[in-house]
Design a protein around this ligand. Structure first.
Ligand code: ZN
Length: 197
């Protein structure tokens, strides 16, 4: 007879997403030591983040949002959907120790949402052409270029690694609304561009 070892297994990959007010969301996250990237612990942390993001129906998640103050964030692009398509054809991008470079002067505003600021939408203006240099989950150096909406999504996510929330960058304090009121009064008249991550 054989007993499954239920102690070593950790059947709880979905992690709690911390919310605005939790101090970890305001810290500058620590750089990841590249030597640790291939460890089992680090790889399962990434897997947990993917599960947690799917469970919360977000398109991105940064490690500080699950109370891990390190330079790690994930974004899921959708190659079937023009709006969420990224040029390198990848669907899930794991950003470790990312550095953003702004490539163009143009900015655009979108209504953003955040799993750590649930129930709200706020309008933020951001540069629309960026490049990000980062390490992937195998520890290899990568570079990705993004324009438009995806440039906004990436900047929102990577801001979490610097202790910044989108509400710090509202185009105006008046450009903040509850999701229901946003849908009722704002989405119809403004560009219906909102994100949730
Ligand atoms: Zn967020």
């Amino acid at each position: 007879m054989y007993y499954r070892n239920t102690i070593d297994k950790q059947p709880m990959p979905i992690r709690e997403i911390i919310r605005m007010g939790h101090p970890t969301l305001r810290e500058k996250a620590a750089l990841v030591d590249p030597k640790t990237i291939k460890t089992k612990d680090f790889q399962s942390l990434i897997d947990d983040m993917v599960e947690t993001m799917h469970d919360a129906e977000g398109i991105g998640l940064a490690a500080p949002q699950i109370d891990e103050s390190i330079q790690l964030a994930i974004i899921e692009f959708d190659q079937e959907n023009d709006r969420y398509k990224i040029e390198n054809g990848q669907s899930l991008v794991v950003f470790i120790n990312p550095e953003i470079h702004i490539l163009g002067e143009d900015s655009a505003s979108y209504w953003e949402g955040c799993l750590s600021v649930p129930g709200l939408r706020g309008k933020v203006s951001r540069p629309q052409h960026i490049r990000v240099d980062y390490l992937d989950r195998d520890g290899n150096a990568q570079s990705i270029e993004a324009k438009g909406f995806l440039a906004t999504v990436i900047q929102h996510e990577l801001d979490h690694l610097n202790g910044t929330l989108y509400i710090d960058k509202l185009t105006s304090p008046q450009d903040l609304a509850y999701v229901e009121e946003f849908s009722q009064f704002i989405a119809k008249v403004d560009d219906d561009q909102s994100i949730d991550d």
